[in-house]
Design a protein around this ligand. Sequence first.
Ligand code: ASP
Length: 300
Amino acid sequence: MIVMKFGGASLSNSQGIIKACRIIKNYSGKNKVILVVSAMKGITDKLYQVVELLKRKQLKKALAIYKEIKSSHFQALSVIKSSAERVKLESELINITSRLENFVKNVVHKEITPARCDFIVSFGERLSCPIIATALESTGLLAYPIDASLIIATNHAFGNAVPLYKKSQSHITKIIFPLINNGVIPVITGFIGFAKDGCTTTLGRGGSDLTASYLANLLNAKALYLWKDVDGFYTNDPHKDKNAKLMQHLSYKQAEKMAKDGAKIIYYKAIRPVEKKLIPIYVKSFINPSLQGTTVSKII
Ligand code: ASP
């Protein structure tokens, strides 16, 4: 069993979604795959803009951005070949976007608390998840979208919530295992969790890496694949330094340090959960999937 996570940069448009599905199909031949998805490129930033505008009571501007978000997702419908599937997905997207629209319109008169902020910014993943699941089904695989606000229990630290292992384990056993055992790929929203009172929480920017790593731990996965828009970790920023070299192997500690020091390749909090069970992380290039990338593991 392997956990794979695709980031927003990979899911920037229909082509990206098609490519991600091809990669998943390749790997699913030999492995049971659990998929974690981020929001589509730029969407979470836009949702944070909506939050800022609502704080300033600028509803018109907030709704204009909401409309941009909505239309990017409806454009992605073109990846679905079957018209019946497309209609089904369309109505699902209408439900999700209407829920967001109604919330935005109602909350403008209220205080934008951290809990309300998390609820709004969670919609990027809530929207990308059913699109990817349906796109996977279009390729002939079985896939099922899962909102992580049903399975990832966290504390109440909105915006930076910490997943709670014991509480999440039972949800995962009930929801994820039956799917995997029936040959279905669970497609899970990254970044999102839920607190004790049912409120949606988020795990921090870049938090989908943490969702994936945390699930890899709970499911005792064989490996964690993080698909990125870079080839892996470099000795230096390759955009600034022509002599920067790709690092093929890193220890968990080295990767965590580099991530903390600003290498934005992995969310630093994503290292510990897999390190605890010595699960290797393969940082792979979404652009050139055949490249080796960087392996993060105990042995270097
Ligand atoms: N969508 C969230 C963000 O942009 C989480 C993630 O992409 O990992 O920060």
